[in-house]
Design a protein around this ligand. Structure first.
Ligand code: SAH
Ligand code: SF4
Ligand code: F3S
Length: 446
């Protein structure tokens, strides 16, 4: 940004999002914002005058990827405008401008200012905004127009939990909830724009509260009444914010899908304490029992970190045993990555890379075993599949079961239709199914 040189205003843009679903949502909103400003979206970064890299800072690899992407883009086309958005923008700010030639830096709470920042950059002016005014971006964003059958809706942002390994509280700021009515309005707009399934998003989505005693379950019950909306999901949740109201919603609300992503991170109480997770192995398992009592078929998902500083082989074995105790339908597992500025980065007992690799392999083998078992247990079961896209074979479509499994089936039902099926062959990552009946086209198009 140093050189006060004017640039040609961009006519086309491409937004590339990394990281979590909240970033995907932000990327969609930035694209809508730039389109409303008169720019045209391109299918890839190569063809765009302006590339927005919507970045993730969660692990070192994610951050380094940003710099290699900038380098590649610059090499291919030195005139291209590059904007860095997302969590790396928030965490590194000016540092990005020092390390790489970029035109705009914009944080996750300030991206409603993107069009102005782009025109500042065109004039050769500094274009950096990493202010964190909570929620004000939502008021400044254009209305939702056209979306696919499944849509994300951010309802809560930020995190106050400060797990000792995690950058999110620093990159996304304090826990804040969007107002009830605004969320219901956006859900209606998404349904009008084509959504049949909405996933409510937040770094701690189950901490959503309107400050007046209403919690996420009240929001879910309100969305249950939105006509045309067929499915509700939410992610990602913290074990300590799993209220009885939310658990009961899994028993009572038909549109709420039987799926829960509830990261536990480790099975060892000593490691959980060092992580500042504020739940124990036991309290986690008790929550799972209550959830299963409300919804016996629920698909459970989670996140795990292996090789947290000081993790012994015996403590890692406790992670394997909690995996066996829960029986996940799916789960994500990561090698611990020290993040600058977080307490764990300077803790003693950092674990060697080879040890982490080996533990990760054992953990993933256990998770894969449970995932396959979960899928196999559903063979022969009847359920609905929401068609999301075309499959690889002619006549084949791809959709999702209520338990969030990918399902391949032969059907003439178009994208956005709910098809009732019998589940057939189960693999580790997907199932096949036989169509029993599809919604009438008029319903699907509604
Ligand atoms: N808010 C969610 C998840 C946020 S980040 C929660 O509390 O569960 C998504 C996942 O990335 C985390 O659940 C954790 O498993 C992983 N993660 C976060 N920081 C990490 C780090 N420094 N190294 C490795 N994995 C990390
Ligand atoms: Fe990170 Fe912990 Fe907050 Fe999740 S709860 S976002 S892991 S600090
Ligand atoms: Fe990454 Fe930021 Fe999400 S660090 S995981 S993009 S909140």
């Amino acid at each position: 940004m140093g050189a006060a040189m004017t640039k040609t205003p961009p006519k086309t843009f491409h937004v590339k999002s990394f990281g979590c679903q909240m970033n995907v949502y932000d990327g969609e909103r930035m694209a809508e914002l730039l389109a409303a400003d008169g720019l045209t979206a391109t299918a890839d970064a190569a063809g765009a005058d302006l590339v927005v890299l919507n970045t993730c800072h969660i692990r070192e690899k994610a951050t380094e990827k940003v710099y290699s992407d900038i380098g590649r883009l610059r090499k291919d086309d030195p005139a291209k405008m590059i904007a860095v958005a997302g969590c790396v923008a928030q965490a590194e700010g000016e540092e990005i401008v020092r390390r790489a030639k970029v035109d705009v830096v914009v944080g996750p709470q300030a991206y409603h200012n993107l069009p102005r920042l782009v025109s500042d950059a065109v004039k050769g002016e500094a274009a950096l905004d990493t202010d964190m005014p909570p929620l004000s971006k939502f008021d400044a964003l254009p209305a939702r127009r056209k979306v696919g059958p499944t849509a994300f809706l951010t309802v809560q942002e930020g995190c106050d939990k400060f797990c000792t390994y995690c950058v999110v509280p620093y990159t996304r700021g304090a826990e804040t909830s969007r107002p009830f009515a605004e969320i219901v309005d956006e859900a209606r707009a998404l349904v009008d724009a084509g959504a049949r399934e909405i996933t409510l998003l937040g770094q701690n989505v189950n901490a959503w509260s309107d400050g007046d005693g209403r919690g996420l379950h009240d929001l879910i019950r309100a969305l249950d009444r939105v006509e045309g909306l067929a499915r509700i999901r939410y992610t990602t949740s913290h074990p300590n914010d799993m209220t009885q109201g939310l658990i009961d919603a899994h028993r009572d609300v038909e549109k709420l899908m039987p799926f829960l992503h509830l990261p536990v991170q480790s099975g060892s109480d000593r490691v959980l304490r060092a992580m500042n997770r504020s739940h124990t192995r036991d309290s986690y398992l008790r929550v799972i029992d209550r959830v299963r009592a409300a919804r016996p078929d629920i698909a459970l998902s989670g996140d795990f970190i292996v090789g947290f500083p000081g993790e012994t082989e015996a403590e890692f074995a406790e992670t394997l045993s909690i995996v066996a105790a829960v029986g996940h339908a799916q789960a994500f597992s990561f090698k611990y990555s020290p993040r600058p500025g977080t307490p764990a980065a300077t803790m003693e007992g950092q674990i060697a890379a080879e040890v982490m690799d080996e533990r990760l392999q054992r953990l993933q083998a256990a998770i894969n075993r449970d995932q396959l078992a979960f899928n196999q247990a559903l063979v022969g079961r009847h359920c609905d599949v929401l068609i999301e896209r075309r499959g690889k074979q002619p006549g084949q479509m791809l959709g999702k079961s209520p338990w969030l499994q990918s399902v391949h089936l032969e059907t003439s039902a178009p994208i956005g239709t709910m098809v009732s099926v019998e589940l057939g062959h189960a693999g580790p990552n997907s199932l096949t199914a036989r169509e029993i009946s599809a919604e009438r086209a008029s319903v699907a198009a509604a």
